[in-house]
Ligand binder design. Structure first.
Ligand code: SF4
Length: 490
């Protein structure tokens, strides 16, 4: 019987990406996915140091896993940012853990597991320099049609609220040819959509020498290069940085057919005073200039953002400045966060300037009300339009519907239909809109993909989603037969 593994991932997409690589590595040494953490022979906790109470959550999880280890002899592995930050402490506080490794040496995992077989104390390995690019390691994907592709790791900025630079180190970029090669291999393995990952995609490539020259961002070149990969339907990326954003990236987005019209541009604050305190080296006018240029060049583009409310020292005037930028930018979606201090960051030391909780909550609700109104209005404007969706999965709340994303990354539910499966591209007409999603008509057109056919074959073998048919409730095209899909286990 092969040994089995389960991975619990905390934090951001970079950690999700690393977890998919850890899964790939474990499978190369014979492990297979377990049905649950409780039945796994090995449990890997991929930690995050960015989120609030990260260490409490980790030690809570490890306490639960200790019982599991005592009962079943489960091998316990801790990786990720918190492990990089606190590695030795993790081994001291939770000596029942078998392996602790950091963000730079994911590739050592098989060796560390071997070493742990004959060790009585946790095997801890933390290195300061990146040993191999995570994307060079084998990966295990959650879905057939989509893959994360890391284009750079680390960050050269020093935003005062962020712990990433001290944990992931300075920015290191991969060569354009390596990335394109990986994407081609993914497409040959049924992927139709990739999301490029970097802490700051706009400074991608500055550390690379091309034709004897370094210091130039190669991100626009990369987008154009990916535009010529056959059968790659969609390219997304996260996250850009307003300071480093160059207009050639907007041109590349507008001119490259498979690059989706969606720009997630973190604002963080609309107040120049606060942006300075955050060490975000752009100002509100520069940000709005990018917004205007985007809307001019790509009127269909979706703009989304991140905003922190209650950063230390935020006054009513600062908050009003943020509201003014949001009012003008009219983001299709905004991810809003109440500031919470992250140990190890400069902002966490600004204790005297912390803003009263009640004030932060009031501002947060005001901002949320505004951004939700904008989301609803942007969805309502799309009623009556036709949109192509990349089908993702059955809807979580209604198994008679499938969910998919438009090129602009709007979530749309449409009636399930046996002409297509997750991974296929379907055209629908938008019929209803709410703040968080839209409802589409029965599929007007279907473009089958290899991913869709492979998922359909897996469904027929009884893997993944279960399928049930429902009588139609909405006039369907002649050829459409309806069915409903309940949710994927786990
Ligand atoms: S750009 Fe700022 S927020 Fe983003 S990873 Fe770098 S330091 Fe952190």
């Amino acid at each position: 019987m092969p040994r089995t593994y389960a991975i619990r991932t905390f934090g951001c997409q970079m950690n999700e990406h690393d977890s998919s690589r850890a899964a790939g590595l474990l499978e190369t040494i014979g492990y297979r996915p377990a049905d649950s953490v409780e039945t796994a022979d090995l449990v890997l906790v991929n930690t995050c140091a960015v989120r609030e109470n990260a260490d409490n959550k980790l030690y809570g999880t490890l306490g639960h896993l200790r019982t599991l280890k005592a009962e079943r002899g489960t091998t316990l592995v801790v990786g990720g940012c918190l492990a990089q930050k606190d590695g030795a402490t993790v081994a001291e506080k939770a000596p029942w853990v078998d392996v602790v490794f950091g963000t730079h040496n994911l590739g050592s995992l098989p060796d560390l597991l071997l070493a742990a077989d004959s060790a009585t104390l946790p095997v801890v390995e933390l290195v300061e320099q990146l040993e191999s690019f995570p994307s060079a390691l084998p990966a295990k994907r959650d879905v057939r049609h989509h893959a994360w592709v890391s284009i750079s790791v680390g960050c050269n900025n020093s935003c005062s609220f962020c712990i990433v630079p001290s944990l992931r180190g300075p920015e290191v970029s991969r060569r354009v040819g390596d990335i394109v090669g990986e994407v081609q291999a993914l497409v040959a393995d049924d992927v139709v959509e990739v999301t490029l990952l970097g802490q700051n995609v706009n400074s991608y490539g500055r550390d690379l020498e091309v034709d004897g020259r370094a210091g130039r961002s190669l991100f626009a070149d990369l987008l154009r290069a990916l535009g010529s990969v056959p059968d790659l339907e969609r390219v997304r990326f996260t996250s850009p940085h307003p300071r480093d954003f160059t207009l050639d990236v907007l041109d590349a987005m507008a001119e490259t057919t498979n690059v989706c019209e969606h720009l997630h541009l973190p604002l963080q604050s609309g107040s120049d005073r606060l942006l300075k305190a955050m060490r975000r080296s752009y100002r509100a006018e520069r940000y709005m200039d990018l917004v205007r240029r985007t809307r001019e060049l790509m009127p269909e583009a979706t703009l989304t953002t991140d905003i922190i409310v209650g950063f230390p020292g935020e006054t009513d005037e600062d908050f009003a400045a943020t509201m003014a930028v949001v009012e003008e930018a009219r983001f299709e979606q905004a991810y809003t966060f109440k500031y919470s201090p992250r140990p190890g960051t400069d902002a966490a030391m600004m204790v005297d300037d912390f803003v009263d909780d009640a004030i932060v909550t009031t501002r947060y609700h005001a901002l949320e009300a505004l951004t939700r109104r904008h989301s609803l209005e942007s969805h309502q404007r799309l009623i009556g339009s036709t949109q192509e969706l990349l089908v993702q999965s059955p809807s979580k709340t209604d198994p008679t519907r499938l969910s998919g994303y438009t090129r602009g990354h709007h979530l749309v539910h449409l009636p399930a239909d046996d002409r297509f499966a997750p991974g296929d591209l379907v055209t629908t007409e938008i019929r209803e809109a709410s703040t968080n999603y839209m409802i589409g008509s029965p599929a007007i057109d279907v473009r089958r993909t290899r991913a869709g056919r492979a998922t359909e074959a897996a469904l027929a073998r009884g893997e993944g989603w279960q399928i049930r048919h429902l009588p139609p409730t909405d006039p369907a095209p002649e050829s459409a037969t309806r069915r409903r899909l309940p949710v994927l286990p786990g």
